[in-house]
Design a protein around this ligand. Structure first.
Ligand code: ATP
Ligand code: MG
Length: 418
């Protein structure tokens, strides 16, 4: 039997006591039925948005009109269960009026939404059966301590949850034509939950793939990042490729060597993406990344890691220092990617890099116990030669970190005088 958090009960009871209803709905129902704690609780309500605000406000809750046009009011629900509690911690609960959506002329958004207040309508507009369930709470039971919950499941979501199936609600072609982002959401939920995509739904994804061209790069990127950081990134990429969605996500495709062992890497977008694009030509990597509208820092890190495939790799201390110098904070991520690409020496080198970081070894010119000013004081002229000397001293210190003392470095530098 599913259960809901105790702080939510007074909110649901409030609606019931006014002859209205509030239903936990969507992802939180799916997760609860799977025994996974939901990261947030969404609630569908029968009241119109302004009435939702008034009802909650009058009961003492703080409310925020986050999306009245779409029917959404965010209610700050104190964990203590006391609506008037202003001091304790609270959860932000989105309460959205039950609605239907109509006319998707742009293949992205509904032209109209109608607040019908019927939970049946609200469940019908949702994407997949496992996402289209609500919990109904027995109003009588709410006044007692124990709740009595039943699952409102109009499309066989519980059955699909048991069998591990992603199935569109209603006619899949229609649903993917209405909103093409659902094409990627289908793949995302399949790899997030470890589910198969039902045959007709899968065939419709293949047929409608080009609809993705109408979806904004940002929304595509967001879904793709979730797919790549899921527990099954390789299958995610395979699904995107087999269904014909991949060209709309990564116009230049993936590494010529395949995906690599993505799931051996942490669920981190930067390292997994670098692994996916490993050994691709620079232009291809750049074009793929540009299409994903990533923050500049993320883009640069992925590029740096992806390009590190050309570096020599030997599991020794000198190589560890060279890698640290060349890759900075990307060193360990780059070695993890290299290992996921089958280079076992990368695992050994990573240990040496960790030891090098731990003991604070000098790896940059700025780590030297001497600088340009010291060299000028020794009679060297500022310019190219000075840079070469510092670089030479750094090489010497990489070979042997014990040389990093003023005395030794001055002696080495003076050899350039002749
Ligand atoms: P997650 O745990 O990843 O947040 P979720 O199921 O909560 O999963 P959301 O994207 O937060 O996913 O959406 C919440 C719910 O809203 C979904 O479960 C689904 O019922 C509905 N939904 C969201 N986006 C769409 C869409 N594009 N088309 C139809 N229904 C959608
Ligand atoms: Mg969610």
């Amino acid at each position: 039997m599913p259960s809901i958090p105790s702080y939510l009960t007074p909110l649901l009871a409030l609606f019931a006591s006014h002859g209205e209803a509030a239903y936990p709905v969507g992802g939180c129902v799916r997760d609860t039925l799977m025994g996974i704690p939901p990261h947030d609780w969404d609630v569908a309500v029968t009241t119109h948005p302004h009435d939702t605000m008034a009802l909650c406000h009058d009961a003492g809750y703080r409310t925020v009109p986050t999306g009245l046009k779409h029917g959404t009011v965010t209610v700050l629900v104190p964990l203590s269960g006391d609506a008037t509690d202003r001091d304790g911690p609270y959860e932000m609960i989105e309460c959205t009026t039950c609605r239907t959506e109509g006319g998707y002329t742009d293949g992205r958004h509904p032209d109209t939404v109608a607040f019908t207040g019927l939970i049946e309508d609200d469940l019908s507009r949702r994407d997949f059966t496992v996402n289209a369930m609500a919990l109904t709470v027995n109003a009588m039971a709410l006044t007692r301590t124990e709740e009595s919950l039943t699952v409102l499941d109009l499309f066989g979501g519980q059955e699909d949850l048991k069998s591990g199936i992603i199935r569109a609600v209603g006619d899949p072609d229609t649903r993917f034509t209405e909103d093409a982002l659902r094409l990627m959401r289908g793949v995302r939920f399949a790899v997030k939950l470890g589910f198969a995509i039902e045959e007709n739904t899968y065939a419709a994804i293949c047929r409608r793939a080009e609809g993705l061209a109408r979806i904004s790069r940002e929304r595509i990127s967001e879904e793709f990042q979730k797919i790549l950081t899921s527990p099954e990134p390789e299958r995610g990429i395979q699904l995107l490729s087999d269904t014909g969605l991949l060209p709309y996500v990564l116009p230049r495709g993936i590494s010529p060597m395949g995906t690599g062992d993505l799931s051996s890497l942490p669920a981190d977008f930067t390292v997994r993406m670098a692994c996916l694009l490993w050994e691709m030509d620079y232009d291809g990597v750049e074009e793929n990344l540009a299409g994903l509208r990533l923050p500049n820092a993320v883009r640069k890190n992925i590029l740096a890691i992806t390009c590190s495939y050309i570096r020599t790799l030997r599991p020794d201390a000198l190589c560890a220092r060279r890698w640290r110098h060349g890759l900075g904070e990307n060193t360990l991520p780059a070695l993890a990617v290299r290992a996921a690409r089958g280079d076992t020496a990368a695992v050994e080198l990573a240990e040496l890099v960790k030891a090098s970081i731990e003991s604070n070894e000098p790896v940059y010119i700025s780590d030297l116990d001497i600088d340009g000013k010291d060299l000028i004081a020794l009679g060297f002229k500022p310019g190219r030669l000075l840079q070469d000397i510092l670089r030479d001293l750094l090489e010497a210190v990489w070979e042997n970190p014990e040389k990093n003392t003023r005395e030794v470095l001055i002696k080495e530098a003076l050899r350039w005088k002749d």
